[in-house]
Design a binder for this molecule. Structure first.
Ligand SMILES: Cc1ncc(C[n+]2csc(CCOP(=O)(O)OP(=O)(O)O)c2C)c(N)n1
Ligand SMILES: [Mg+2]
Length: 421
C-alpha cells in the first residue's frame, strides 16, 4: 500500500517570548564595511546579493569603514545626531502627555530615529515623502517646521492645521514634502509611485519616497506598487522599515523568515538594498544612492531598513504580553543615537559635555513647545475644534444637503455624536 504523508503547514514563531530571550541569529548580519557598493547605474539583477546581506558603515568601535562611507562633513552629522535626539525627546514627552490625557493617542519611533532623520538629509526640496505614522523624524530633522504646530495637531485644538480631522500623529505638511498620513496601511506605496510617475510625465525633477512597515508589505498595494514602479521605472525610493514587529505579529508572519523584504524588489526587477537602519551613516549613504538613481531616470530602489521597534506599537499596546521585556537591549544593531554619538566622539567632533548640554536644551525646547500648544487647548482642557468644521474643506462648493445638515447642527437640532437610527 502506498502510504501517503499527512500534509502540514508551517506557522512561523518568534525565537523569543516573554520570559524567554530572543535568539537574534535569525537576522543574518554582515560585518561593517564588508558589503560592496555598486555603481548607481547597476542593473537591478546585479543587486541580488545586496538584498540578502546588510549594508553597514559604523563598526562596533564607532569607526566608519568600507565602500559605503558617505561624503559628509562632521557638521552635518552633528545636525543628524541632534535631529535623532530631538525626535526621541519629543516622543518621550508626547507619551507622557498622552498618559496625562492631554492627547488621545500617540505613536513613538523609539530605536528607529536614524532612518527618517538620515533619509531627510538625502532628499531635496520639492521631493515628496509618503510616510506612515513612524516617520516623525522626517519633520523633526527640519528647521522650518514649528514643533508647536505639530503638537497642536496631536491635540486637535484650535491651532490644529488639520482641524481635528486626522488621528493624532497623522500630520500633513505639503510645504515640507510630507504627504498627509493615511491610516490605511500600504496606500503610501501606490500613492508614492503614482506621484513619482506624475512627476516624470510632467517632465519635473522631483522624486517620491514611499514608506511602509514589514507587516504592511503583506498588503496587495505593496505588490501593485512594485509592479508599476518597475514597469515604468518610476522615480521613487521604496522604503520598507523592518522593525521586527507589526503590533504583536512577528515579521516572519509577513514573510521575512526564509527570505528578506529587500528580496521582493529584486524579484520584481527593482534594485534593492538591505541596510542597517540603526546606522546613521549607512542610512544616509544608501538613501543618497537610491535618490541619485531615481533622479537619473535609472528607476526605483527598494530599501529594507533593518531596525527594532524599541517601544510599544502605540499608546494602546503592551508589548510585554508578546515579547521579552528587555528585547531591545539585546538587539544586535544597538541604539542609533548611541552609535552615532560614539562615532562623533571618536573622531573628535562631539564631546560628552556637548551631548549633555544638547539633551538639556532640546528637553527645554520640547517642554516649551508643549506648554505653548496647550494654550490653544488640549483634550484635558477643552477648546477642541467645533463639530461644524467637519463640513468645511470637503467640497469646493458645499452641496445643499451638507449646508442643510450644518445648519441643523448649528441650531442644535443634531447631536453629532448620536447615531442615526
Ligand atoms: C490596511 C490596514 N490593515 C490593518 C491596519 C491595522 N494596523 C495598524 S498598524 C498595524 C501594524 C503595522 O505593522 P508594520 O507595517 O510592521 O508597521 P510598524 O507599526 O511596525 O511601524 C496594523 C495591522 C491598518 N491600519 N490598515
Ligand atoms: Mg513593523
Amino acid at each position: 500500500m502506498n502510504k501517503k504523508q499527512a500534509l502540514r503547514l508551517h506557522v512561523p514563531e518568534p525565537s523569543g517570548r516573554p520570559g524567554h530571550e530572543t535568539d537574534f541569529s535569525y537576522l543574518h548580519l554582515s560585518p561593517a564595511g564588508e558589503v560592496r557598493r555598486p555603481p548607481v547605474d547597476a542593473a537591478p539583477a546585479d543587486t541580488s546579493d545586496l538584498a540578502y546581506s546588510l549594508v553597514r558603515v559604523l563598526d562596533d568601535e564607532g569607526r566608519a569603514v568600507g565602500p559605503w562611507v558617505p561624503p559628509v562633513e562632521p557638521q552635518r552629522l552633528r545636525t543628524g545626531l541632534r535631529a535623532m535626539m530631538k525626535t526621541r525627546i519629543y516622543d518621550a514627552r508626547m507619551m507622557i502627555a498622552q498618559r496625562q490625557k492631554k492627547i488621545s493617542f500617540y505613536m513613538q519611533c523609539l530605536g528607529e530615529e536614524a532612518i527618517a532623520t538620515a533619509h531627510a538629509l538625502a532628499l531635496q526640496p520639492g521631493d515628496m515623502c509618503f510616510p506612515t505614522y513612524r516617520q516623525q523624524g522626517l519633520l523633526l530633522a527640519r528647521d522650518d517646521i514649528d514643533m508647536v504646530e505639530m503638537i497642536c495637531q496631536l491635540m486637535s485644538n484650535e491651532c490644529d492645521p488639520l482641524k481635528g480631522r486626522q488621528l493624532p500623529v497623522m500630520y500633513s505638511y505639503k510645504r515640507a514634502g510630507f504627504f498627509s498620513i493615511s491610516g490605511n496601511l500600504a496606500t503610501q506605496f501606490i500613492q508614492a509611485v503614482g506621484w513619482g510617475m506624475a512627476s516624470a510625465i510632467k517632465g519635473d525633477s522631483k522624486i517620491a519616497s514611499a514608506w511602509i512597515g514589514d507587516g504592511a508589505t503583506a498588503e496587495a498595494d505593496f505588490h501593485t506598487a512594485l509592479t508599476f514602479a518597475h514597469v515604468y521605472r518610476a522615480p521613487v525610493i521604496l522604503n520598507v522599515v523592518n522593525n521586527q514587529w507589526a503590533i504583536s505579529t512577528f515579521q516572519a508572519i509577513a514573510g521575512g523568515e526564509a527570505t528578506t523584504f529587500a528580496a521582493r524588489g529584486v524579484g520584481c526587477g527593482i534594485a534593492s538594498l538591505r541596510v542597517d537602519g540603526n546606522d546613521f551613516l549607512a542610512v544616509y549613504a544608501a538613501s543618497l544612492w537610491a535618490a541619485e538613481r531615481a533622479r537619473s531616470n535609472l528607476g526605483p530602489t527598494l530599501m529594507e531598513w533593518v531596525t527594532y521597534r524599541g517601544g510599544a506599537h502605540s499608546t494602546s499596546d503592551d508589548p510585554s504580553r508578546y515579547r521579552p521585556a528587555d528585547d531591545w537591549a539585546h538587539f544586535p544593531l544597538g541604539d542609533p543615537i548611541a552609535r552615532l554619538k560614539a562615532h562623533l566622539m571618536q573622531t573628535g567632533a562631539w564631546t560628552a559635555q556637548e551631548h549633555e548640554a544638547t539633551q538639556k536644551e532640546l528637553e527645554a525646547q520640547v517642554s516649551a513647545a508643549l506648554k505653548e500648544a496647550e494654550r490653544y487647548g488640549s483634550l484635558a482642557a477643552g477648546h477642541l475644534a467645533g463639530a461644524a468644521a467637519m463640513f468645511e474643506d470637503v467640497y469646493k462648493d458645499m452641496p445643499a444637503h451638507l449646508r442643510r445638515q450644518r445648519e441643523q447642527l448649528l441650531r442644535g437640532e443634531m447631536d453629532p455624536l448620536r447615531r442615526e437610527s
